[in-house]
Design a protein around this ligand. Structure first.
Ligand SMILES: Cc1cn([C@H]2C[C@H](O)[C@@H](COP(=O)(O)OP(=O)(O)OP(=O)(O)O)O2)c(=O)[nH]c1=O
Length: 660
């Protein structure tokens, strides 16, 4: 391989990097390649269980990323690239595929799994060669490969882990680390190509270009010229309706080359013959296209499975100047996600309300019609809802139902995703259905009056239910005025405490406390978690008479005696004035050395959950969420000198304040 001729083969061609990765951009820029960046819109949600080995998943993802851009550009950018490069990097450890972490907790899970172990980093690269024919239709040929590098991590201490996570570096990187920066400090050794870990196997890429542009496969036997995904296979992706290709005299002879003979710039890849001796561009080549696109087509539309992708035709009017793509695709993606956020929430709420996840728990692998029948809902609506759930990661779509209603064994069937099994099935110990119901029935209608809430700075119950709610009798008027409302609210609080409880109970070592009182403790699920974590702790739940037996009004009645008072999601309901009144009462009940445990979502200027939750409190109760330092200040004002904060990365954080 001679480097310069390889890269120089691409000069004068429109080369497109179908990737938003700054690392890939840098690696290719550094070797003098001139290219445009058009990040792929392909969602990395292929069903991993469909692939025999992790690298196959990465290869298919890289192919789909590149193909999506190659197909989009003629329409959206009004120009046809000559070559599109897509890539996908995954980390595999213990048989698991790790992609980019979704949040800090996810990064923590990934990095602690990698700690002290050797893992593998696989980057797959797909190269699509596009050729515009005389009739303006476009032929695509694709070649792909993957490269694997072994990486060994040192043992990572908790402090090191969190320091690294808090640096923010893990978030946009497979496996949650960047070997090229701070993450390099975690690595003991690597075996293989370093740049492959960073996201692009440059050496292998150049060899592949060399194969494509500097070797003429025509003279080779197919076995030699076919480049396989584990190193050397070229699939020809042809336009099935391309009559000119099919009608070319060269196709009639199975032993001749592909009919695309486009002068000197024609890609040798287009000349590759298939093993069966047929031209790569005959009818059966469509099978290759279909198998290549099977996953993404499956995602687009249930009814589209198996149907051919429409031919791609460039429609650029000859006199129209090329449009330069200045849109920052990542920003656009983010805005689109935000605009659609309300639809996603409602899909989650509706599927939960209709008990889709419970149904698929008891009867996994149902086809859309069976789900519709069980829900007594329309087939059309149910199929749309199920597909929306798949796109949001709530359900998994599988091929090959064996159910009674399935027409063929290739029919699409649905199962709960891991996320749904954990949080959306009603019998799961960490089920969030109660909280979801509360969000749907109470919070959702309030949020449609956000503008008024912002203008007026008050809750919005009057607009939703005609009821004026003041802070004087907040809970009685709002949540406990009817049994149905009371139970709904209790279910909501119970489900949050069930999910966040273990993290709250273990955020600090509370073993020195003997008695605790959970003020406003509702169903007692947080108390239960504390008692579970500390067998020597006796916990009392104190709430309104309509909620528990040990009843009383936090503001009016005497508090039971305890070493530790718990205020879980209580202070955020109230204005500063009321918070002072409550803390003063708790402080009076405390002796030196006893403490208060404040369990709240802490505003930190970065996470959206606490900020959105604060708006929600404004609209529900006229309360708000606060920062850690605001709570510290409030607690210090009431004689709690020693204040400590622990972030749990759950619904709530924890503040422990000890009385002077
Ligand atoms: C392991 C590792 C990954 N990475 C990066 C490379 C990739 O950018 C990213 C893996 O995610 P990818 O999904 O492969 O790529 P991407 O999302 O950044 O870009 P696109 O999908 O648009 O192509 O992780 C590092 O930068 N350093 C590392 O050490």
């Amino acid at each position: 391989m001679v480097l310069n001729p390889v890269i120089s083969k691409l000069s004068g061609k429109l080369v497109v990097l179908a990737s938003a990765s700054p690392r890939r951009l840098e690696i290719l820029t550094n070797v003098g390649l001139r290219f445009e960046v058009v990040p792929s819109w392909f969602k990395e949600t292929l069903d991993k269980s469909l692939f025999k080995a992790p690298h196959e998943y990465a290869v298919e993802t890289a192919r789909q990323k590149a193909l999506e851009v190659a197909r989009r550009m003629p329409f959206k950018h009004l120009k046809t690239p000559d070559i599109v490069i897509g890539a996908d990097t995954i980390v595999t450890v213990d048989g698991l595929i790790l992609e980019k972490p979704v949040d800090k907790a996810d990064a923590y899970r990934m990095l602690s799994r990698l700690s002290g172990k050797e893992h593998s980093v696989c980057t797959a690269v797909a190269i699509v060669l596009c050729h515009q024919q005389e009739n303006e239709e476009i032929d695509y040929q694709m070649t792909d490969f993957y490269e694997e590098t072994k990486v060994k991590f040192a043992d990572l201490s908790e402090t090191m882990l969190w320091e690294y996570i808090d640096s923010g570096e893990p978030m946009d990187k497979a496996g949650g680390y960047g070997i090229q920066a701070l993450g390099g400090m975690l690595v003991e050794y690597i075996q293989g190509d370093f740049l492959n870990v960073v996201g692009f196997p440059l050496n292998r890429f150049c060899k592949q270009l060399d194969l494509i542009y500097n070797h003429d496969p025509v003279s080779n036997d197919v076995e030699h010229s076919v480049i396989s995904s584990n190193g050397s296979l070229t699939n020809s992706i042809a336009n099935p309706s391309s009559n000119s290709s099919l009608s070319s005299p060269t196709t009639s002879n199975p032993h001749t080359d592909s009919p695309i003979q486009n002068g000197p710039s024609a890609s040798p890849a287009s000349k590759v013959k298939r093993k069966d001796g047929q031209s790569a561009l005959d009818d059966s080549s469509w099978a290759l296209v279909n198998s290549l696109s099977k996953c993404s087509e499956g995602q687009e539309n249930v009814s589209a499975v198996g149907s051919p992708v429409p031919p791609v035709t460039s429609r650029r009017p000859m006199n129209l100047p090329y449009v330069v793509d200045n849109v920052h695709t990542d920003d656009l993606k983010r805005v689109m996600e935000l605009m659609d956020g309300f639809k996603a929430s409602k899909v989650l709420f509706t599927a939960s309300k209709l008990r889709v996840f419970d149904l698929l728990e008891t009867r996994p692998g149902l086809v859309g019609a069976e789900v519709a029948q069980a829900l007594e809902a329309s087939l059309k609506g149910t199929e749309c809802l199920l597909e929306a759930c798949v796109s949001l990661g709530l359900l998994e779509r599988k091929q090959g139902g064996s159910s009674l209603l399935s027409i063929s064994h290739q029919e699409v069937v649905y199962e709960n995703s891991r996320l749904a099994q954990r949080f959306l099935q009603s019998d799961s110990p960490s089920s969030l259905l109660g909280y979801m119901e509360h969000c749907d029935e109470l919070v959702w209608p309030l949020f449609s009056h956000l503008e008024s809430a912002v203008r007026e700075g008050t809750n919005q119950h009057a607009k939703v239910s005609g009821k004026t709610i003041t802070t004087n009798n907040l809970f009685q008027d709002l949540y406990y005025f009817r049994d149905a409302q009371k139970l709904q609210f209790m279910r909501a609080m119970h489900s949050i405490a069930g999910v966040a409880g273990p993290a709250v109970a273990t955020a600090f070592d509370l073993s020195r406390f003997k008695t605790a009182c959970d003020l406003g403790g509702c169903t007692g699920s947080m108390a239960h978690e504390l008692a579970k974590a500390y067998p020597g702790l006796s916990v009392t739940v104190f709430d309104l008479p309509s909620v528990v037996e040990m009843s009383g009004d936090l503001f009016k009645d005497k508090l039971p005696k305890a070493d530790l008072y718990i205020l879980a999601r209580v202070l955020h309901d109230w204005t500063d004035e009321k918070v002072h009144a409550l803390l003063s009462k708790v402080s009076d009940a405390c002796t030196p050395g006893s403490a208060v445990l404040v369990v709240e979502t802490l505003l930190d200027g970065t996470r959206s959950y606490p900020a959105l939750q604060s708006l929600s409190m404004l609209m529900q109760t006229m309360g708000k969420e606060r920062t850690g330092s605001q709570y510290t200040q409030l607690l210090r004002q009431h004689g709690f000198g020693d204040v400590r904060i622990a972030h749990t990365w759950n619904f709530v954080d924890v503040v422990l304040a000890i009385k002077n």
